[in-house]
Design a protein around this ligand. Sequence first.
Ligand code: PLP
Length: 397
Amino acid sequence: MDKVEYLREQLAELATSGLENQIRHVDGPQGARITVDGRNVLNFCSNNYLGLANDPRLISAAKTALDRYGIGPGAVRTIAGTMTIHDELERKLAEFKGVESAISFQSGFVANAGAIPALVGGGDVIVTDEFNHASIIDGVRLAKADRKIYRHADVEHLDAQLAEARRQGAGHILIITDGVFSMDGDIAPLDAIVETADRYQAMVMVDDAHGEGVLGRGGRGIVDHFGLHGRVEVEVGTMSKAFGVVGGYVAGPEPVVKWLRQRARPFLFSSAATPPDVAACIASIDILGESTALVDRLWANAGRFRQAMNGLGFDTGSTATPITPVMLGEEETAREFSRRLFDDHEVFAQAIAYPTVPMGEARIRVMISAAHSPEDLDLGLAAFAAVGGTMGVIDDK
Ligand SMILES: *Cc1c(COP(=O)(O)O)cnc(C)c1O
């Protein structure tokens, strides 16, 4: 008897229903153009917002750190000791975010999964946006606190959930929201959320994964964008998107960060990021600290692309950021559109369908980057116009 037959059956089901993830193979560094499955294509898929993933300054910092610290961190920081380079990263992160303190994790996913169950427990309540990222959902599941979900970005519903939690005698309350929602590109109403939180003495945690390096002064993130410094208890972030490397962190007031050093399980039981990764992260923060040029260019590119797409007749949904969803509806339409962009126009833009987004709301998500040249954007627009025209998604002009 084949003990994994059930998996074979489930995989076959995924394949026949068209829900199987097809992963393409990339050879070479991330950039505006990349080599995918052996072809040089325009890259509209990466979270490399500022083009830092292949920046020579990050690469050189990583090489220097490799020579000085070697490759492996040895063990978890509480046992093997912490390398000075990890401390330096945390200091620079705290300074960049304008908070007292920061703690780094192996990834953004791990930061959420580690922080949430450490901050609240039995008798406490977590109030969470229905569209929050999977890593928040898993972090909430790991916590012993009760969970209440509020409708996406609906502050009135949040208020009602908070009122109910207080009526039911909740201990500590933690509100959690994505800063920028990754499938639609809309920004959480963090100012209204913080005001509501204050009325119920609730803590606020925001996941700024798609906001840092994008929103706020020189990319300092959503808290800076709304001018809410000192009013958000927990900021989670990733080094894998705009910062161009890999890693995660939590930034906030001293007691939050100190507590996580004592109780966040991935900090205590999983080894830290490697020295070259950490050095590249530091270089990335330094670049953002020196100039707003990359962030400015990102926004100019995003504005130009979205306007032109709307002019062509495409629906780009509710985005307010460089994440540009091209709403197509049926799953099959989105997949076919993406296939034609790739096969006929050398444009790599991924279709996103159920279960990542609701059924019937399939789309192609275009990720605009500062790395795109005007010619790249022109080529992308021409490809969307051609495929949209032949598929009847927009009027053929
Ligand atoms: C991408 C993302 C993460 C995960 O970050 P990694 O560093 O890639 O693990 C967490 N939260 C949100 C909102 C994200 O978009």
